[in-house]
Design a protein around this ligand. Structure first.
Ligand code: G1P
Length: 286
């Protein structure tokens, strides 16, 4: 059973400066909730009951968001706003959330390794909260189903244009286990040339404890950072790792364009807002 999910949220969010100078990028608003809340809901929908947040200095707003706020709760109760009250209280009750500070920004692999003691000796999920998805079945639940079949690490993958392969971890496919589920030979982080395929790793992983052990011995790789992809690659070479071409649409909320696309699509997915929002868009004159 996969019960724990690690969510790295320690980065500076430079692609979204100046906003991220004072507000964690994970707290950027999508409709009426911070982006990270969608990632946490995805985890809860996949049966996760403990989130391990990897944070850094000036990320306290994330923890505040999931904490109780008694003054606000009393005010909402007094004014009879019971629906809002249960929504606000519900945030603190979604699941257990613990946090660990990453004291130096040494890369994604290092961030995940900061959770090693809390994860312990069990399989776990990793969610990169920049990547958000709209899908019929939550993407993490799709990965979990695949993991239950293969009992080995499973990474969410998708095809990307060849011109973009240098922005991602790119996998080398060994064989087709079933439709959409591939055995992986190896993978490389941000290949500058000769990418092994155009299938990119995208923000959702089910990993096993041997990958944490590998991370402890992984030196710096692409961009001079300790890369999660490098540790998974070593495990793929001696054992089995799979890539799942997930069903759904992905939004890279760490970039301006991806974020704006997410705002439009997440708003259109809301029945209470869709029609009014469409009217606003239709009135735009170019
Ligand atoms: C990270 C991972 C990379 C993956 C990407 C997906 O890179 O290191 O393997 O393809 O997320 O979003 P980052 O975008 O943090 O540079």
């Amino acid at each position: 059973m996969i019960k724990k999910a690690v969510i790295p949220a320690a980065g500076f969010g430079t692609r979204m400066l100046p906003f991220t100078k004072a507000v964690p990028k994970e707290m950027i608003t999508l409709v009426d909730r911070p982006a990270i809340d969608y990632a946490i809901d995805e985890a809860v929908a996949a049966g996760i009951d403990e989130i391990i947040l990897i944070t850094s200095k000036s990320k306290n707003l994330i923890e505040d968001y999931y904490d109780r706020y008694y003054e606000l709760e009393n005010a909402l109760e007094k004014s009879g706003k019971t629906e809002l009250l249960s929504e606000v209280v519900g945030l603190a009750e979604k699941c257990k959330i613990v946090s660990v500070r990453q004291k130096e920004q040494l890369g994604l692999g290092h961030a995940v390794y900061c959770a090693a003691d809390l994860v312990g000796d069990e399989p776990f999920a990793v969610i990169l909260p920049d990547d958000l998805f709209l899908s019929k079945k939550p993407v993490l639940a799709q990965l979990k189903e695949a993991y239950e079949k293969v009992k080995s690490p499973v990474l969410a993958i998708q095809e990307v244009p060849e011109s973009e392969t240098s922005k991602y971890g790119i996998v080398d496919i060994k064989n087709n286990t079933e439709v959409n589920l591939f055995g992986l030979k190896s993978m490389v982080e941000k290949p500058k040339e000769n990418p092994p395929s155009n299938y990119a790793i995208v923000g959702r992983y089910i990993l096993t404890p041997d990958i944490l052990k590998e991370l402890g011995n992984t030196g710096s790789g692409a961009l001079g950072e300790i890369q999660l992809t490098d540790a998974i690659n070593r495990v793929a070479k001696s054992g089995e790792v799979f890539g799942l071409v997930y069903e759904g649409k992905r939004f890279d909320c760490g970039s301006k364009q991806g974020y704006l696309e997410a705002v439009v699509n997440f708003t259109m997915a809301r029945e209470d807002l869709r029609d009014d929002f469409l009217n606003v868009i239709k009135k735009i004159k170019m």
